[in-house]
Write a protein that binds this ligand. Sequence first.
Ligand SMILES: [Zn+2]
Length: 189
Amino acid sequence: MLLATWKGGTDSWVWLGDSTRLFSVRSVKNLLVYSRDNSTNSVVKWCKWVPNTCNINIWRAELDKLPTQVALSRRNIQVPFRLCGLCDSEIEAVEHVLVGCSVALKVWDFVSSWCKFPPIFAFSVKDLLDLYSSSGLGVDKKVVFQGIVIIACWSIWKARNDRIFEGRVVKVEDIVGNIRSLDFLWYKY
Ligand SMILES: [Zn+2]
C-alpha cells in the first residue's frame, strides 16, 4: 500500500471532474450529461397517420407518465384509493390498464382478429409497440398495424377516463368503435 506523506506546503482543492482540474459550471454540466445512462431508454416511433393525441398518449404510456393510481402514488400525489378504472378489480398500473386488464384483453382480441394477426401476447406497453416489428407484415401493413395499436391504447385510456371523470359505463364495443372510426385515416398516409 502506498501512503502519501505530508511534506509541508500549501493545501488546496482540486476539481477532478475535468482534465484541466479547474472547477466550472460547464465542467459540471458536461459531467452530468456524459454520466447519464440512456441505454435503457426506448424511443417511441411517431406514427404519421395517427392523430397527435394518440401518439402523445402512447409516448406518455411508454414512459409510465399516464396518471394511473400507481404512477400518482409514486409521485406522492395523494388521491383517494381506488382500483382500475376499467375493471375495478386490480391495482391500476399502466401495464394493467392498457395490457392485462380484462377490458384491454377483449380489445386486443378484437385487434388481432380484425387485422388477421395472431393472438396478441404482451406484458408491457413496449411489447405492444414491438408487435409490428416481429409481425412478418410488409412495410405498409406494419405502419397501419402499428397505428391501430396506438389508437387502441388511446381508446382504452379514453374509456378509463370517461368512466372515472364522467361516470360512463365501460363498453368494449365503444372502445372498438373508436378504433374503427379512426382507421380510415391511414388512407391519407
Ligand atoms: Zn382493469
